[in-house]
Write a protein that binds this ligand. Structure first.
Ligand code: MG
Length: 379
């Protein structure tokens, strides 16, 4: 047989994808023009560039909720990201959207995260208060545009506009967000909306799982939450009883499956009734079409509030978060005062972005493990 070339793959896509999907054959392209790859579409290339980046590998030793390496089964940012990508692909495919593009955005969505999870991000944001602050979504853009260095002619991965703009989640009708000096549409493309919803949905599911595994959450506590009771009915209908080993794990599975099912059915209805006919329609009109039903919005926001109160801000995690804050502040102050103690990248970026931003890039890129080692080395 003759291999399927990039051109054939694009033709297949044109036939398979919905009219409102972004087609790899009709994209806005890259900042630095490149010749097409013989066997991969542009979004496949972007996905692979992200997979092969250093920042992607570092996700393995970054905290999701629990400090990296504290438990055998607990998620870290890498396993979280892989789960997000899997769920995002399912949703994208079922809606006729571009699966490769969705996957690329999902794989890159957490590249801007600091060590020590949200405690780390909050600390860095307050340390940077006088210098433009810190936001993990914008940091993801810095990572793929500047901080990954591989290609001889430029810094960054030279990803497509579609993937890069898809990483900018927060949009506004009143004050357009700028990228490359260009105002972004009031809503992201549908593929980016899928990655965003898949992110929320995935962490709701696995944080319940991890919280139960770590013993911070209990089944009795979970029974206060309506969507958990709903999912556990399904487990009971299969003959499993509370206390069975498989009861919790199957209920988590049922919980995720229901959230995905509702998202697919609701989004399909919203897409249909909106009448969008091209990939530019929903973004230009500021439409969010990838969403849960009213019922599941209520159910998932109850779960989210529950997780904030009982897991993310639990006493157990509070102590750890405080320690993380101290370590991060120490590293920041030390490197600002003594950039010669940091890696060569800081010194390269210092001249362009100033010392504070260069130190922030350096610290934000660290894994939990490396940040702790650096703290002990310098303290
Ligand atoms: Mg995430």
């Amino acid at each position: 047989m003759t291999p399927r070339t990039q051109k054939i793959l694009c033709d297949l896509e044109d036939r398979a994808l919905a009219p409102y999907a972004v087609h790899a054959g009709a994209l806005e392209g890259r900042h630095y023009p490149e010749t097409p790859h013989p066997y991969r579409t542009e979004f496949q290339r972007d996905r692979d560039r992200i997979l092969h980046s250093q920042a992607f590998r570092r996700l393995e030793y970054k905290t999701q909720v629990f400090l990296s390496t504290t438990g055998d089964h607990l998620r870290n940012r890498l396993t979280h990201t892989i789960e997000v990508a899997g769920i995002a692909r399912t949703i994208a495919r079922s809606l006729g959207l571009n699966e490769d593009l969705t996957e690329a955005i999902a794989l890159a969505h957490d590249l801007g995260h600091t060590p020590f999870g949200h405690a780390g991000e909050r600390t860095l944001h307050s340390l940077m208060a006088g210098y433009g602050g810190f936001d993990h979504n914008l940091q993801a853009i810095r990572v793929v545009d500047l901080l990954e260095t591989k290609y001889p002619a430029y810094d960054g991965l030279n990803l497509t506009w579609e993937v890069r703009s898809g990483l900018v989640k927060h949009r506004s009708q009143l004050h357009p967000v700028m990228l490359d000096g260009r105002a972004l549409d009031p809503a992201p493309i549908l593929e980016a909306q899928v990655a965003d919803l898949a992110d929320d949905l995935t962490y709701y599911g696995h944080d319940v799982d991890d919280g139960l595994d770590a013993g911070i959450l209990t089944e009795d506590m979970m029974n206060e939450v309506a969507i958990w009771r709903m999912a556990s009915e399904e487990t009971k209908s299969l003959g499993l009883k509370r206390g069975d080993d498989k009861f919790v794990t199957y209920t988590v599975r049922a919980l995720i499956n229901r959230m995905v099912g509702d998202a697919i059915e609701t989004s399909a209805r919203l897409i249909e009734s909106s009448g969008v006919a091209s990939p530019a329609d929903a973004p230009a009109k500021g439409l969010t079409l990838i969403a849960w039903s009213q019922e599941f919005q209520v159910l998932t926001s109850e779960l989210r509030t529950f997780l904030y109160e009982n897991l993310y801000f639990s006493q157990e995690l509070k102590k750890l978060n405080q320690l993380s804050q101290e370590r991060m502040s120490f590293l920041f102050d030390t490197f600002v005062a003594h950039p010669e103690l940091a890696g060569s990248q800081i010194r390269r970026r210092m001249d362009v972005d100033g010392i504070h931003r260069a130190v922030t890039d350096y610290i934000a890129g660290m894994t939990d493990v490396f940040a702790i080692c650096e703290y002990h080395r310098l303290k």
